[in-house]
Design a protein around this ligand. Structure first.
Ligand code: KG4
Ligand code: ZN
Length: 321
């Protein structure tokens, strides 16, 4: 069964064709990111205008790369929420028109849940080990930091979330403070590799009895540290980035362990843009060795927003209903 997925929740316009819920036949992502960079963040009006311009060609490209036509598609899956309203409307309107015109079922998919589904995808001829459910799922992106107990593909039970900023948002804001540009995650990841462990300490608030997060305090701590020290002769942005990243990754790992323990679950799924972080990925590897947790995180391209994850989860929802 072939599902065409459409995703337009933020700055990207994406379309993909997935066979039987896992095999990627095409995965096209067009992004207007460059146009937002000079503003230091996403401008919703620019995002939705670009999406309106390119959605048709992105969907055509996804079919042509899969060497299929609309006739070979069994259903259309589209991001329903959450996201920028203007952007979601572009994807929704296009998908609704396509499904009506071609007489194909339409499946609405939750973007956050789909980020966790990215762990079940593989490229053609590259089948990989599939995670087992139930699992603990952590979505760490620009807009969300949320923990779930995933019993099945239609039972995502929320068990923890950020009380203020998302982890990716903190990366973006700290990068801005440090003059590293937008998006901040990849920039901090890169420069932190040149940083050293020093006595600079930033802590993320930890709510020990809950699975909640908070990243707004650490952003302010970096701001004050930067304002106080940036004129010092031996001030190093790389060392500050190192200390910030270390603290964020530490709390993400801690909460994953706490959740696995609380729910007696040894399967862990990670998703979202921050899952591309190299320190986080390294530490997740060691969870497998030191805590016998089966950890899954997608290849870097599938951590970011894409339509393959929408089509994949859409397949299961379509089969169920
Ligand atoms: O999942 P995503 O593509 O979009 C949302 O749904 O938000 O995530 C984007 C977020 C941005 O905040 C970006 O700075 C962050 O993911 N990000 C990273 C890295 N690559 C992207 N954060 C830390 N390290 C990275 N390597
Ligand atoms: Zn996302």
């Amino acid at each position: 069964m072939n599902i065409l997925g459409i995703e337009t929740s933020c700055d990207e316009t994406a379309a993909a064709v997935i066979e039987n819920g896992s095999c990627i036949h095409s995965n096209i992502v067009a992004s207007s990111l460059k146009e937002h960079q000079k503003y230091g963040g996403i401008i919703p009006e620019i995002a939705s205008r670009r999406q309106l311009e390119c959605i048709h060609s992105v969907v055509e490209a996804s079919l042509s790369e899969a060497e299929l036509t609309l006739k070979d598609i069994d259903a259309v899956a589209v991001t329903e929420k959450p996201g920028l309203i203007g952007s979601l409307l572009v994807g929704q309107s296009f998908a609704q028109a396509l499904s009506y015109g071609a007489n194909k079922p339409l499946i609405n998919v939750n973007h956050i849940q789909a980020h966790l589904y990215a762990n079940f995808l593989f490229r053609k001829n590259q089948q990989k080990e599939q995670p087992d459910l139930p699992a603990i799922g952590l979505v760490v992106s620009g807009g969300h930091t949320s923990l779930f107990h995933v019993a099945s593909f239609d039972k995502f039970n929320p068990i923890g979330q950020t009380r203020d900023d998302a982890a990716g948002e903190a990366f973006d804001k700290v990068a801005r403070i440090l003059g590293l540009g937008y998006p901040g995650g990849p920039a901090i990841d890169k420069i932190a590799k040149e940083g050293r462990k020093t006595d600079i300490k930033f802590n993320c608030a930890n709510f020990p009895d809950t699975l909640d997060f908070s990243f707004s305090g650490i952003k302010t701590a970096v701001l004050y540290h930067h304002q106080k020290n940036y004129q010092n002769k031996n001030y190093s942005v790389a060392d500050v980035a190192y200390a910030f990243q270390e603290s964020v990754v530490k709390v993400l790992i801690q909460k994953c362990l706490q959740a696995c323990d609380k729910y007696q679950c040894s399967n862990l799924l990670i998703g979202g843009g921050v899952a591309a972080n190299s320190l986080f990925r390294d530490q997740l590897k060691s969870l497998k060795d030191n805590h016998s947790i089966n950890v899954f995180y997608p290849e870097i391209g599938l951590c970011m927003d894409n339509a393959a994850m929408i089509a994949g989860l859409g397949y299961y929802l379509h089969r169920k209903f």
